[in-house]
Design a protein around this ligand. Structure first.
Ligand code: AMP
Length: 397
């Protein structure tokens, strides 16, 4: 069975084609600048060199056609006919409280996703456009939606409610939703496999640290709390997002900047590691700055590290203990310094990271010392594989 996985952004489209017989990736690629001058497709048939095609891509329908043409191409393609394509799985950011797991897409589901647009005005319209583009081009092929919010739907009410008048929850569904759920689900389950224990017996804290970052408490396989909230702005310091701040700062900044929209943009796009350091949102640049003795780069790094430590402590308390801590995503997988510094003061919880084992990047490894009570593990995330697996499962029912 061959499954195409799509992740549609407002001007981009990422894809991977899986052979679900052995879960192998056959081809993958990225389309950028959809609807903008200079649009292009970068396509890789696994095992071959990447090809780059620059062409006009005015909308997602054209983008989807281009992906299918690339998959069918005699040189760099991997399909001889579109009949080989059994299903398409889509990453969808927000399902509100409507779906706690992946679903087959049909008219009723699409209506539900459209109702969630006010909750994710930047992301859900792009995801919906991608689904509609596939429906237009491949109307007979079944499609599945896999939601970033779904894994977090098991949080207890005291973890997801905010201390504002209850009617805001009833009338507008203002609550903590959490994001990166597919990644937290994947790495928590993989961690349990690595430890050789059923996830139902484990308390795991998963740290997804990338350009956007979130930390999740996973008790007995279920999410019980997570750092992102109503939007992905909450939690630890991120590349350009501020993370947790006093909500009154929004009013203060809005008055200084002249509008709430400007304040919102400043907190999402000009804050975080970038805003504090004044150098970059990329932690590699921050590490370079620290090596040169830059004080604000050091401050940004320390703020991120401190935030991670604080949430690990909080979630250990929330779960009544912790058996394992997982690091994943761009920073979690690649930055040994943040893994070491964020766990350095957690000896009181039984956490001990072995500096030698931790000195690597981008692989799956246990980095805790042999006598560490809490296991610390690096697991490269693979959201696309979760989407492909859920898609296969749902279309095989
Ligand atoms: P992601 O959003 O998961 O793709 O993560 C992207 C981020 O990972 C980048 O912006 C960097 O901050 C970080 N990153 C990637 N590689 C490294 C590295 N070798 N060392 C430190 N940070 C890294």
């Amino acid at each position: 069975m061959k499954v195409l996985v799509l992740n549609c952004g407002s001007s981009s489209l990422k894809y991977q084609l899986f052979d679900m017989g052995d879960e192998r990736v056959l081809a993958k690629g990225l389309i950028e600048r959809i609807g903008i001058e200079g649009s292009r497709l970068k396509h890789t048939k696994v095992g071959s060199d990447a090809v780059s095609i620059e062409t006009s891509i005015p909308d997602h329908k054209v983008a989807v056609k281009l992906v299918l043409d690339a998959l069918l191409d005699k040189g760099h393609g991997v399909l001889s006919s579109l009949d080989e394509l059994s299903a398409v799985g889509h990453r969808v950011v927000h399902a509100g409280e409507k779906f706690a797991c992946s679903v087959r897409l049909d008219g009723a589901v699409m209506d539900a996703l459209k109702e969630c647009v006010p909750l994710a005005p930047l992301h859900n319209p792009a995801n919906i456009t991608g689904i509609e583009a596939i429906t237009a081009v491949l109307p007979e092929v079944p499609q599945v939606g896999v939601f970033d919010t779904a894994f977090h739907q098991t949080m207890p009410k005291e973890a997801y409610m905010y201390g504002i008048p209850y009617r805001y929850y009833e009338d507008y569904k203002v609550r903590r939703y959490g994001f990166h759920g597919t990644s937290h689900f994947f790495v928590a389950n993989r961690c349990a496999e690595i430890l050789g224990k059923p996830i139902e017996d484990l308390k795991i804290i998963t740290c997804h640290l990338g350009n956007g970052s979130s930390i999740t408490a996973v008790k007995n396989g279920k999410c019980v709390d997570t750092t992102m909230g109503f939007t992905p702005l909450a939690g630890v310091l991120m590349g350009t997002r501020c993370g947790d701040i006093d909500p009154s700062i929004v009013k203060f900044i809005a008055e200084k900047e002249g509008s709430v929209d400007k304040a919102d943009s400043l907190l999402n796009k000009e804050s975080g590691v970038h805003g504090v350091s004044g150098i970059s949102s990329d932690l590699r640049d921050i590490e370079d700055g620290m090596a040169k003795g830059d004080e604000r780069a050091t401050l940004a790094f320390n703020m991120l590290s401190y935030g991670i430590t604080k949430y690990i402590g909080a979630y250990a308390a929330a779960m009544g203990g912790v058996d394992a801590i997982v690091f994943t995503a761009g920073i979690g997988e690649n930055c040994s310094l943040i893994r070491e510094s964020a766990t350095a003061s957690l000896g009181f919880l039984g956490v001990s990271v072995d500096s030698k084992k931790n000195d690597f990047r981008g692989e799956e490894r246990v980095i805790s010392s042999d006598d560490s009570k809490v296991k610390v593990v690096v697991v490269p995330t693979n959201e696309e594989l979760v989407i492909a697996r859920d898609t296969k499962k749902l279309v095989s029912l």
